[in-house]
Ligand binder design. Structure first.
Ligand code: BMA
Length: 750
């Protein structure tokens, strides 16, 4: 067991490393050629590579994030590309029973051939593709060819062949939706070998997967399950051992049949140190090694880092509807955080150092949760290692968003294999909190009028809905339940569209009346759901970011480069509307000040929302604004821009998300003390009101006694009279909560 320490980079290196002796691995990352045959392009590349990145590296295209270049680059995804490599294999590898060629990720449609023999067609970015190639291998000069047909045309043909018509073309392809263009993303459909390629050779048997989950945990005992996928060429009596600190800790003899089999073994840990989300406790991690043996002979081994933690969603009926909150290790958790989108448009540019910087900024702003939004990609192990060490509980969507999907057997089988792989890959991470079917699919089906706009007949509609139910209500929950069995599954985020009253009384809600519905920020005060998993307002990124993308061109609200980096049709106008509405007397002297005002406006709006959510605890038990980060330099709802610059909102979160929040209820001028601390408070609340010149108009102290995790309203005698008599534009209210000599929270309100 070890407590997670500040040496995060080291930690990433450690947890990512999985020793697999005596399985032999050879990387096939070098010596590839990327060719676009009609263009006379033949580039030496190393893998991972996507075409857009490799063309840029070779100086053949401009930087896809700078200037106004999107249109110029769209041809890339509708051009055929071929990746080829020649490689030798050593004797040690060839002597094994099985030699598998493994692609950890192919994006997306591709046909793979080895030494002139076709191996398979790939059609899912989110799966690994592997096959035994031993019979085809030669000691020298093997030729591996991965042929990518025109992506756009392939997708279009599939889309047009699908009856009834689906809302979005990307629905037919298991590939990151956001790359097809989003309201913050250009249409950069990556093509290529976006993850490592390798050879893996073994004899007798190997561990295809090994992971550990927590079934039950208390201070005195934890019940865990070791899950293994054991693949073997011949059955036999085998043994799986768990080692800890180099010592044998548990062993499980079992009978292995020929083939690939899922095994589960339960074990207990006495007096466990639990893993907790940020600010609820420590992030203790346990390092295990799992060893597979037959007749005392080592066949394979795996290192597993995990944490001991249980998680549930509690939905209990009450007078208004149903609760919706997370319980971690049996303790109710108020979730504070944001939605996370892929960190890059060019997926091979995602880099763990940047992820660490980004998530550390989130942790410093008191985040305990991120929702990985279903229109992106499943994050890497690095992302989850970082979340494990920082205490960020992850709401993980399956990658489905904003459309109905095909429902033929081949599509559903493909979806099932993808889910199996992802569930098994992520299960050991204590930060994994929840699996969710996807983003705004049920919301779209019930509220966005697809039935009419796509002219579905009654039968079409029924078939599409039945397909939806099979995938999101049967297949995905079955996979989560069977192969994890400890994480809750939630079919859709949100559960009900924001126009429906039930969206505020049960489940999670994406409240978009502000922004999409063009309502003012104050409406957030009324639209408090059980768990607000999306809401937000746009602002411009940091001015330095705009200067980078402008590359010396002059910047103004209607500069071409600004328009090219704003992907929402009404975005520019709506940002301006709220600057006018909330800062009517401000006269920005230049565009830089105007950009800053946009960030002040966004921060002001999110402050209203977050305060409304937190002060409604325990009715409301979560607030995740849209969105933490950007995938390229863009004007968006993010609080941290693409280059890692915090917007005004990100700074303000340090107060708004702090464990204790002090706020003024604008309806009656009384004071909320909202505590997420897991201990009681015995303190003193000081309230003072000053006018513009600094003269004290009011001073009062109130004793504060609160239980752990409580939200309470305090009546401050005379405060409402003072504020009602004063000009609200002219006074400043200072709230301070002290306990003994220490200050638990402060807030200044103007
Ligand atoms: C929500 C998200 C995204 C989108 C955002 C802003 O609906 O799920 O699809 O980018 O709104 O419009």
């Amino acid at each position: 067991m070890r407590k997670s320490v500040v040496l995060f980079s080291l930690l990433i290196a450690l947890t990512a490393c999985t020793h697999r002796q005596p399985v032999v691995e050879r990387s096939l990352s070098d010596g590839w050629t990327l060719a676009g045959d009609t263009l006379d392009i033949h580039l030496p590349v190393s893998v991972p590579s996507v075409v857009q990145q490799s063309l840029y590296d070779a100086g053949l295209i401009p930087h896809p994030y700078l200037g106004v270049v999107e249109e110029e680059l769209l041809w890339i995804s509708d051009h055929p590309w071929i990746y080829t490599t020649h490689f030798d294999v050593d004797k040690e590898l060839l002597e094994k029973d099985v030699v598998e060629l493994v692609f950890e990720g192919i994006d997306t449609y591709a046909s793979v051939a080895l030494n002139g023999q076709k191996l398979f067609d790939a059609d899912n970015q989110f799966r690994t593709w592997k096959t035994d190639v031993k019979p085809l291998l030669k000691p020298t000069d093997n030729l591996l060819v991965v042929d990518f047909p025109r992506y756009d045309s392939t997708q279009l043909a599939l889309y047009e062949a699908h009856q009834p018509r689906l809302p979005e073309k990307y629905a037919v392809t298991r590939k990151a939706p956001y790359q097809h263009g989003w309201d913050w993303a250009p249409k950069y459909k990556n093509v290529g070998l976006w993850k490592p390629v390798l050879l893996q050779a073994w004899s007798t048997a190997r561990l295809e997967n090994a992971y550990i989950v927590t079934n039950e945990a208390s201070e005195s005992q934890a019940k865990l399950t070791l899950h293994l996928d054991v693949e073997s060429t011949s059955g036999g009596d085998m043994i799986a051992e768990i080692h800890q600190d180099g010592k044998l800790f548990q062993s499980f003899p079992f009978q292995q049949e020929n083939g690939n089999h899922h095994k589960m073994f339960s074990f207990n840990i006495q007096d466990p140190k639990l893993w907790w989300p940020n600010e609820m406790g420590d992030q203790t991690l346990y390092d295990f090694e799992v060893v597979l043996k037959e007749n005392g002979k080592l066949l394979d081994s795996r290192k597993i880092t995990t944490g001991i933690k249980t998680v549930q969603i509690v939905q209990e009926p009450d007078e208004k509807g149903f609760s919706f909150y997370f319980k971690v290790n049996g303790v109710p958790m108020y979730a504070k955080g944001a939605n996370y989108v892929p960190e890059e448009m060019i997926e091979t540019w995602i880099n763990p150092d940047n992820t660490l910087k980004l998530l550390r900024m989130a942790q410093e702003a008191h985040f305990n949760m991120l929702r990985v939004w279903g229109g992106g990609i499943y994050p890497s192990d690095d992302f989850f290692n970082i979340c494990d060490s920082l205490g960020i509980l992850v709401w993980e969507d399956f990658m489905y968003a904003g459309t109905m999907y095909p429902y033929d057997e081949a599509f559903l089988e493909n979806a099932k294999v993808e889910a199996l792989e992802q569930v098994k890959r992520l299960a050991s991470h204590p930060s994994l909190g929840l699996w969710c079917g996807g983003n705004e699919i049920s919301e779209g089906y019930y509220n966005w009028g697809w039935q009419q706009s796509l002219e579905w007949s009654e039968e079409d509609d029924q078939a599409i809905k039945a397909g939806y139910d099979r995938l999101f209500e049967t297949i995905l929950p079955m996979v989560v339940d069977t192969y994890d069995g400890t994480r809750p599954y939630w079919p859709s985020s949100p559960s009900k569209g924001w126009g429906r009253p039930e969206s505020l009384t049960q489940g999670d809600v994406h409240y978009w009346g502000v922004w999409w519905g063009e309502q003012p920020y104050e409406v957030y005060r009324e639209k408090v759901g059980r768990f607000n998993s999306e809401y937000g307002y746009q602002s411009y990124p940091d001015y330095s970011t705009l200067q980078k993308i402008a590359q010396g061109e002059s910047l103004s609200i209607d500069a071409k480069v600004i328009a090219a980096h704003q992907k929402h049709a009404r975005g520019t106008r709506q940002i301006d509307d709220f600057i006018q509405r909330y800062y009517p007397t401000a006269q920005p002297k230049d565009f830089e000040e105007y950009v800053y005002l946009s960030q002040l406006s966004q921060a002001y709006g999110m402050e209203i929302a977050i305060e409304a959510h937190r002060t409604a605890k325990p009715y409301n038990m979560g607030t995740l604004y849209w969105q933490l980060n950007d995938a390229w330099p863009v004007t968006s709802w993010s609080s941290i821009d693409y280059y890692g610059n915090p917007k005004v909102l990100q700074e303000r979160l340090k107060v708004l998300y702090a464990p204790v929040l002090l706020s003024l209820d604008r309806r009656d001028y009384q004071v909320f003390v909202t505590s997420d601390l897991l201990r009681n408070i015995d303190g003193m609340l000081k309230v003072s009101v000053k006018d513009k010149e600094g003269n004290h108009l009011f001073d009062q102290e109130v004793k504060v006694e609160m239980n752990a995790n409580q939200n309470k309203k305090y009546y401050v005698e005379g405060l409402s009279e003072c504020l009602l008599n004063a000009d609200p534009q002219q006074v400043c209210v200072k709230l301070e909560l002290t306990e003994g000599d220490s200050v638990l929270a402060t807030r200044e309100l103007f």
